[in-house]
Write a protein that binds this ligand. Structure first.
Ligand code: ZN
Length: 259
């Protein structure tokens, strides 16, 4: 009786150790699986890259700089250092999370109540006072700014200019443009003739969805709720029902489709 009891206890102890070992093995396997799976989850993230472009990133900056000077003459700039500093701090925090070429991003406020924002190549981002006022939270404003920052990072302006140029230039000269250094000459030509409503700001539908996706990724990576961008669209959509849509939507696709 005594022996069998000891034997029983011994068996229990052995059983407990086996269970503990089994748990440790399961935990170890789970840890290995997690380590193996998490990069895969990360790789599931939509990876976006700039499209066809005959310009260099330096030329993006040059083209943006010239158009920014022109834009600031035409628009009513708020010119309040407190507001511009705030936008710059927020914008640069977002821009460090933007992939690709590190443009010298700068953010300025336009004294216009229309809910709108736009970005020129090379990192010149403009946010209307109306967009700041319409946002309920910093994350919502950051969403609009992250969207515009993504247009810059994905080089949508000069990519559109490239496509327009490639389709309008006779095939014989095309080789020269792509192969030679005539992008510089083309740049001078574009800088001289382009206005604000130029091709630089006429993004395609796919450009807009790309900026929405990358903007959401930037929001997440900066530590903001990535849903904030969609929330802002929903809010503005609800507020403008039956009325004139906010400027940001007349320049951009239907908010309901974007959410
Ligand atoms: Zn856009």
């Amino acid at each position: 009786m005594k022996l069998s009891r000891r034997g029983f206890q011994g068996h229990r102890l052995h059983f407990d150790l086996t269970v503990i070992k089994a748990i440790l093995v399961i935990l170890g396997v789970a840890a290995l699986m997690f380590a193996a799976v998490s990069p895969a989850v990360w790789a599931d993230r939509t990876s976006l890259k700039p499209g066809v472009n005959i310009f260099t990133p330096e030329q993006d900056i040059e083209l943006g700089k010239q158009n920014a000077a022109q834009a600031e003459k035409q628009l009513r700039m708020l010119k309040d250092p407190k507001v511009d500093n705030y936008l710059n701090d927020l914008g640069k925090k977002l821009a460090t999370r933007a992939p690709g070429y590190k443009y010298p991003y700068q953010y300025k406020c336009v004294n216009d109540i229309a809910v709108n924002a736009f970005a020129l190549p090379g990192g010149y981002v403009y946010i209307n006072r109306g967009a700041i006022e319409a946002a309920d939270t910093e994350a919502q404003l950051a969403g609009v700014m992250a969207h515009e920052t993504s247009h810059v990072a994905l080089r949508h302006g000069t990519s559109q200019a490239t496509k327009a140029q490639l389709t309008s230039v006779p095939f014989a000269i095309l080789g020269g443009i792509v192969g030679g250094n005539s992008a510089g000459g083309l740049l001078a030509q574009l800088a001289g003739s382009f206005s604000l409503n130029s091709i630089l700001l006429k993004y395609s539908r796919s450009d807009e969805s790309q900026a929405d996706v990358m903007g959401t990724q930037i929001l997440y990576d900066t530590g903001y709720d990535p849903r904030a961008m969609a929330q802002f669209f929903e809010k503005l959509n609800a507020e403008t029902k039956g009325k004139q849509p906010a400027q940001f939507f007349s320049d951009h696709p239907n908010p309901g489709n974007r959410v």
